[in-house]
Design a binder for this molecule. Structure first.
Ligand code: FAD
Length: 298
């Protein structure tokens, strides 16, 4: 199923992100996480690509486990950096063969000292165009409520997001954010700029203090609101309390989003189905599971 059709239905959607094992590592642990997450009936599950030393093969295998092994709609990330046109075509052909219809087109982070001059695609928008002309895929793109770290400013970044959508993006998924007000202001500006595709809000549960340092590196630094900082300071040395508090914070963020009309939520699970499971459980009664049709606002 195409994700644009899932998002265009008038109900709340909850989706999840996983990362594949590193190249050559065993896949069973990740496949077990896929199966555990699938039991929660997410609307779709995404799998990252080449982030942290993974390869095409690992991403495809995990996407296959999602789509064909567990019958959940899969979204496969694909990046521009270091990709040749042939690599992209091979990947897309393989996805088609496995009946996977959804791709999140990304530029990827540029390794330090790497010269992109000889890459086939330099920005995600170019990759979106390529995927759209190659075949009948539903294509998503990334967006950044606090602005992409390399952008000249939020206005310029939104302008590039608009161009990416005009190139064929069917939907956008946001970078993680911890202050919902940041997202509301961003959506207001995005809609004002004429971007009307569905926007899926990315939520990262913070379940350990160490995670915060890693997020800073991965995301170019998201603003941590004082309430989240206080919680991390209070519980950083008590892992169980930190985990519980992080789940609570993410749940509250999601409930506030739904209450304010942001109906598409993507949970960055960090391959922890137990954490995602607790959040799903906390949403019971607010969001109902319908076997045939995913989640619906209760
Ligand atoms: P782009 O949309 O290409 O934007 C990159 C920068 O260039 C921005 O500053 C933008 O304003 C600017 N820009 C865009 N188009 C133009 C243009 N035509 N001319 C000039 N400037 C332009 N990384 C991975 O390696 N693997 C993953 O699986 C992965 N998954 C992600 C999932 C999500 C939801 C998000 C938010 C990020 C993910 N990333 C992943 C990280 C992402 O690759 C990086 O943030 C990267 O730096 C930017 O990717 P992009 O697709 O947003 O790039």
């Amino acid at each position: 199923m195409k994700i644009r059709d899932i998002l265009n239905k008038n109900h709340v959607t909850i989706s999840c992100e996983l990362f594949p094992p590193k190249a050559g590592m065993e896949q069973q642990t990740t496949k077990t996480a896929v199966a555990e997450l699938a039991k929660m009936c997410p609307d779709f599950m995404s799998v990252t690509y080449r982030a942290g030393g993974t390869s095409q093969k690992e991403t495809i295998e995990i996407a296959d486990a999602i789509q064909n092994g567990n019958h959940v709609t899969a979204l496969v990330h694909l990046t521009c950096v270091q990709a040749k046109e042939q690599d992209v075509e091979t990947m897309l052909a393989e996805l088609k063969r496995r009946r996977i219809d959804n791709v999140l087109a990304l530029r990827g982070d540029i390794p330090e000292g790497y010269d992109t001059a000889r890459d086939a695609y330099h920005f995600a928008g170019e990759l979106v165009r390529k995927i759209k002309t190659y075949g009948d895929f539903c294509v998503g793109g990334a967006c950044y409520p606090e602005g992409h770290p390399e952008a000249a400013g939020l206005e310029a970044d939104i302008w590039h997001v608009k161009k990416k959508v005009e190139a064929g993006c069917d939907f956008l998924t946001t970078q993680m954010f911890f202050d919902n007000e940041v997202l509301y202001r961003y959506l207001y500006r995005l809609r004002g700029a004429g971007v009307s595709v569905p926007v899926v809000a990315g939520i990262m549960p913070i379940t350990s203090a160490a995670q915060v340092g890693r997020i800073g590196i991965l995301s170019g630094g998201c603003v941590l609101p004082p309430s989240l900082k206080a919680l991390i300071d209070a519980f950083r040395d008590r892992p169980n309390a930190m985990r519980q508090a992080g789940i609570h914070y993410a749940t509250e963020q999601i409930i506030d989003l739904i209450a304010n009309g942001v109906t598409h939520i993507h949970i960055y699970t960090m391959n922890k189905p137990d954490v995602a499971g607790r959040i799903f459980k906390n949403l019971e009664g607010i969001v109902d599971l319908r076997e045939d049709d995913g989640w619906k606002s209760a």
